[in-house]
Design a binder for this molecule. Sequence first.
Ligand SMILES: [Zn+2]
Length: 596
Amino acid sequence: MSYVSFSLKYRPRSFDDVIGQQHVAQTLKNALANDRVTHAYLLTGPRGTGKTTTARILAAALNCEHGPTPNPCGECDMCKAIVAGNAMDVIEMDAASNRGIDDIRELREKVKFAPAVGRYKVYILDEAHMLTTDANNALLKTLEEPPGHVVFILLTTELNKIIPTVLSRCQHFQLRSIALRDIIGGLRSLADKEEIEVDDGALAAIADAADGAMRDAQSIFDQVVAYADGGISLEVVNEVLGVTDRELLSRIADQIVAADVAGCFGCVDTAIAEGKDLVRLVEDLTVYMRDLLRLQICGEAVEGLRTSTEATEEMRSQCEALGEERLLDAVGSLAELQSQLKRSSQHGLLVEVGLAQLCRPAAAAAPAAQRPPAQQEGPGQAAQPAQQARPAASARPAAGPVVSPDEPLTLKLIAANWNQISGEFNRMGNPSLNAMMQDQDMSPMALEGNALTIGFANEFRFSSVESRHKETIAEAASRLFGRPLQIACRLLGSAEELAQAAEASKQGLVEPAPESEAEGQIEEPVEQAAEETAEAEEAVSASGSETQAPAEQDAAADVAEAPPTADEAVAQTLSLFPGSAELTGDEEEPSGEGEN
Ligand SMILES: [Zn+2]
């Protein structure tokens, strides 16, 4: 049992050893040099940033046999005992377990006695925000006028929970999250001292996983060194951290490029068979896509890639093939998928559906751009479930307006022909927008004069269209419907809400009164229609409100039910894919046959 972990072995012994907190270290050194040490300090900052370490160094600086000094020697008995946390005169208390008034009363009694061997009695009170109100009040008196031989150092991760009266009696130092390059530097010097061979990429991955905490970085490094056989590479670190190996991520990206849904399913099977966590897989794939996006935008000057030390040839060709638009979309969809995974137990299904959706834009947009416009209503689009429900009116030739300029334009007409807007994007030389427009995530939901409101359920898509694509969509819609239209975007609370709004548009429920006559068929009374619209907006919270008009009940029943649970949402999403029943079968026994 002679092994000592890195974080213990290389625990800083002087202010100069503390990584990433120079602003605190320098101020304390100055105070010590000028004999201006006060009797109460408060050190705040995230976990693992060096609060306890700094407090102990301050205690050592005050009590060092060669002190008080800004540079404690680290060699004398006093220094050694303090750094190891077992000096008699340095009392470390955990306020989480000693938080009551009795504990503080006892402390107040003990404070009176002179230090046993050192010059100062130093009380280090960790988790100081946990003290009860009574304990805080009791502490206040002591903080205000402690005996001259006492120094209090309060530590906390939660500054906002420290009561103002305590705060005002302490000198406050805010320790920062340690910068990535500082952690990498610290690990590098540790590796040099230990004569460990390690790649820069491996250190960067460790530092990244440590999330600003040096202590975490050291303990991950400990683990990696124990695991590794010889030199340490990024792959070794990824194995220890459980990161999905880059090869699998790259293969999935290739399959998204090739729109190979079956191939994606195969990758998911492989991951399950290898015992990988699918949540982690999606997180890592998100980071991989983010790396591709960075590479796409920054080109050769790219920095800060996280799945690879430098851009590889395959990454370059993947980002080339996907393009900025689809990569942005992919990162957004994957982030959305991550939050869905937290709410569902059906991880395998959700991931498969999510990957299939990432494959789809290529299936819909790219071949359509090459085909003549007349074929655009072909099988590629027939696979879109929403369009199956759309009236046959949409099967007219794609070029030119679908509604004659003399014909009054209604929301119902727009909804019925909305899927044809992708043809306009292609003709306008903007096929990448199809990735967004083909999705179930947006739908026309209101028409007032020439202002068309489009609803979105996905915040990412909403802001992407709102900030960049509104003009293009307005132009495409104007061409498609043969008159100038303006576009307004609206973010709805959920996919269910959007589905209801879409259904209402298709049914003509949100038409202004005069338009329904022009259609030649009387729909609902106007008051009824207005009521329906209002309900569609509230239906998600008002669970299962069944006040639909009889005529619409069948059509709306699917969406007007109580808000679905996450698992029901999976089933709903799955029903959008042909052959989803097989998927459900697979999920029952995740042995991963890999035949998909
Ligand atoms: Zn010393």
